[in-house]
Design a protein around this ligand. Structure first.
Ligand SMILES: Nc1ncnc2c1ncn2[C@@H]1O[C@H](COP(=O)(O)OP(=O)(O)O)[C@@H](O)[C@H]1O
Ligand SMILES: Nc1ccn([C@@H]2O[C@H](COP(=O)(O)OP(=O)(O)O)[C@@H](O)[C@H]2O)c(=O)n1
Length: 220
């Protein structure tokens, strides 16, 4: 298993997906679950700033996500929310949902169950606390970083029709809120940092695969 953490727009999801595809492994985007819960709470009409109300939505949170790196759907009940959870409206409320301890405990169990059920030879799991909390014993742990400027430019390129300054402002605000809950800006002991600021997408994928190969070589 490979655990990858890092700030918004560092390339965690796209790079992890490609690494998994090349290795023939599964891929798990943990941020999708926090986004889907934020979507579910909003769709249920609850105030996402009120922790108790969000926690009360956990019982009815029927979440499913695939682990095929070639394409996976995110579902809440029978609704396909794959696209909806990427909307800036969800990005704006997800940190408030993710900071609730009961939410984290619940979703960490969901992630561990998905990891245990993976049938491919391995799984690449990415998020904020995978290297430190969800899978601190993973044989390969990576912190994927990039300068704030590079991350804002990448996210802006995806969000056509939204201004760079608004996207940048939202990304900074979300990183600040998220970093109060888990530290994903500094590599924990034993975690290898890959800085993608000066690398293109392919070079970043190669750099991550090199870390994996290196650790496999050292494991004998
Ligand atoms: N090294 C890179 N150079 C240029 N663009 C990249 C690089 N890594 C990722 N990207 C692009 O940046 C965007 C954000 O990446 P994403 O995987 O969504 O980041 P995260 O999951 O960390 O938020 C995507 O459009 C992705 O294709
Ligand atoms: N392991 C994780 C993954 C995501 N999250 C939360 O979920 C949100 C969305 O994560 P994401 O990975 O989709 O965000 P991006 O970096 O892809 O924009 C983050 O802003 C965090 O609030 C978390 O708390 N812990």
């Amino acid at each position: 298993m490979v655990a990858i953490d890092g700030p918004a727009g560092s390339g965690k999801s796209s790079v992890s997906k490609e690494v998994a595809r090349r290795l023939g492994w599964g891929f798990l985007d943990t941020g999708a679950a926090y986004r889907a819960l934020a979507w579910h709470a909003a769709a249920s009409g609850v105030d996402t700033e009120d922790a108790a109300s969000v926690v009360s939505c956990l019982d009815s949170f029927d979440y499913a996500i695939g682990t095929d790196p070639a394409g996976y759907a995110v579902r809440v009940g029978s609704v396909d929310v794959t696209e909806a959870i990427r909307e800036p409206g969800i990005s704006a409320i997800v940190s408030a949902v993710a900071r609730i301890p009961e939410v984290r405990t619940h979703l960490i169990e969901v992630f561990r169950a998905i990891m245990a059920a993976e049938e491919r030879a391995g799984i690449v799991v990415e998020g904020r606390d995978i290297t430190t909390v969800v899978a601190p014993d993973a044989p390969v742990r990576i912190l994927l970083t990039a300068s704030e400027e590079a991350r804002v430019a990448r996210r802006s390129a995806e969000l056509v029709g939204h201004s760079v300054s608004t996207t940048g402002e939202q990304l900074r605000r979300r990183d600040l809120a998220d970093s109060k809950v888990v530290d994903f800006m500094n590599a924990a002991e034993g975690v290898t940092t890959v800085d993608s600021t000066e690398l293109d997408f392919d070079q970043t994928v190669e750099a991550v695969i090199a870390v994996i190969r290196d650790s496999q070589a050292h494991a004998g």
